[in-house]
Design a protein around this ligand. Structure first.
Ligand code: NAD
Length: 419
């Protein structure tokens, strides 16, 4: 899907929060320097023979921000807005996210500049296989384990797994997560990020005294994360009054029927044109009257230009980097609570970790067990982040960064520097 190039540099936005947390932690100067850079940045040219017979060359990236905690973990994004700075920021957020929920992974991320909705299945497969071949020296179950992100799905993960397996000449299910169940995917993975967002909303609502039976929720983005979270909200009797995707935005103050909307999206591939709500300008979605806002699309959506008008009391970040640092300050001054991305959307990587564990053991868990373990991780992490924020009298975002950076710094201390 196409969207305008993000005005803010996501890597800089990440660094601002990192620096503030590092300052509060009194972080060792050397570790500070290491973590302010990515361990590895790779750009690859990906030639693809298109259906027309013409040869096209796409640009792809893989970034490994930190390998200290274990193999890198992080999704692959297919989007026209992909650029190196975005991939670096997303990789660093993976380092912090894995550390917040205490998984034995470092942070990585990848992406290809393309519009997947304009590619045929064959072109997508060729693109994916050639990209996988290009990064295959970097990835592996003990090196770097990709997963889906914006614009990619379990079919694409299946091609990554197959291409890598052919190259190393062994079946390597654990090289990638978010795979189809038949190839070693985990039960519960497809829903995990949305379920984790729902878990977090419940904990945060309790902490900030928001009555979810009365609350109005707005969700930006209706893909894997947004649509799944919205389904969980509706199933729990929580009213979703606004939703959007890249093609349109909807508002119904009485509540949108998410089950019917999902049927509409399955047919038309967009929320636009849904009869059960009023169509509104996309820019108005984030400032609709509501108690809870769940940005679940892309970066830099809540900025200094709309933060003043956000009406929600609580923001639960389903997307990575949806709020700029300037917006954070405006919202904080207005008393709006934000549960940051590196905690709120960590359900996906948590079940990706479960998938990696199951693949390596060759033993698969029932869905109830996956969900129960996920709920426990989200609950424990929410509590730990809240305690850190309280102890240092700071926001949940800076509390989450502090928790993560402190864990990564301890590992650097123990490992030392290899000379
Ligand atoms: P997706 O491709 O399934 O869905 C993205 C949705 O956002 C689509 O509905 C798209 O139309 C919409 N969108 C894109 N730009 C928009 C815009 N400017 N305004 C409104 N809507 C817009 O992607 P996803 O997997 O749901 O990922 C969404 C976000 O969540 C990303 O930031 C991603 O990094 C993050 N995330 C995803 C996972 C996961 O498991 N998939 C895990 C953690 C974080």
């Amino acid at each position: 899907m196409a969207h305008p190039t993000h005005a803010k540099d996501p890597w800089i936005e990440m660094l601002k929060r990192f620096n503030e947390a590092a300052r509060r932690l009194n972080l060792d100067e050397g570790v500070w320097k290491i973590l302010s850079e990515a361990d590895l940045e790779l750009k690859v040219a990906i030639p693809v023979v298109m259906d027309s017979g013409k040869l096209e060359v796409f640009a792809g990236y893989r970034v490994q921000h930190s390998r200290a905690m274990g193999p890198c973990k992080g999704g692959i994004r297919y989007d026209l807005g992909v650029n190196l700075s975005e991939v670096k920021a997303l990789a660093a957020w993976m380092t912090w996210k894995c550390a917040v929920v205490n998984l034995p992974f470092g942070g990585g991320k990848g992406g290809i500049i393309c519009d997947p909705s304009k590619l045929s299945q064959r072109e997508l497969e060729m693109l994916t296989r050639r990209y996988t071949a290009a990064i295959s020296d970097l990835i592996g179950p003990d090196r770097d384990v990709p997963a889906p992100d914006v614009g990619t799905n379990e079919q694409i993960m299946a091609w990554v797994m197959d291409t890598y397996s052919m190259r190393v000449r062994e079946n390597s299910a654990a090289v990638v997560t978010g795979k189809p169940l038949l190839l070693g995917g985990s039960r519960g993975r497809a829903d995990a990020t949305g379920r984790g967002v729902f878990d977090i909303l419940q904990h945060a609502a309790g902490r900030f005294r928001i009555d979810l039976r009365e609350a109005r929720v707005v969700v930006q983005g209706f893909g894997n994360v947004g649509a799944t979270a919205a389904r969980y909200f509706q199933d729990a009797g929580i009213k979703v009054v606004g939703v959007s995707d890249v093609r349109g935005a909807l508002y119904n103050p009485h509540g949108i029927d998410i089950a019917r909307l999902r049927e509409h999206v399955a047919k038309t591939r967009s929320v636009a044109g849904f009869a059960g709500a009023e169509s509104i300008p996309s820019a108005d979605l984030l400032t609709l009257p509501c108690e809870v806002l769940v940005p679940a699309a892309v970066e830099n959506q809540i900025t200094e230009s709309n933060a003043e008008r956000v009406q929600a009391r609580l923001i639960v970040e389903g997307a990575n980097g949806p709020t700029t640092d300037e917006a954070d300050r405006i919202l904080e001054a207005r008393g709006v609570q934000i549960v940051p991305d590196i905690l709120a959307n960590a359900g996906g990587v948590t079940v990706s970790y479960f998938e990696w564990v199951q693949d390596r053991a060759g033993f698969f868990w029932p869905e109830a067990e996956v969900n129960q373990r996920l709920d426990e991780v989200m609950h424990r992490s929410f509590t730990e982040v809240s305690e850190m924020a309280e102890k240092h009298k700071t926001s949940l975002r800076i509390g989450a960064y502090m928790l993560a950076i402190d864990r990564v710094a301890q590992v650097y201390k123990l490992r030392g520097v290899y000379a």
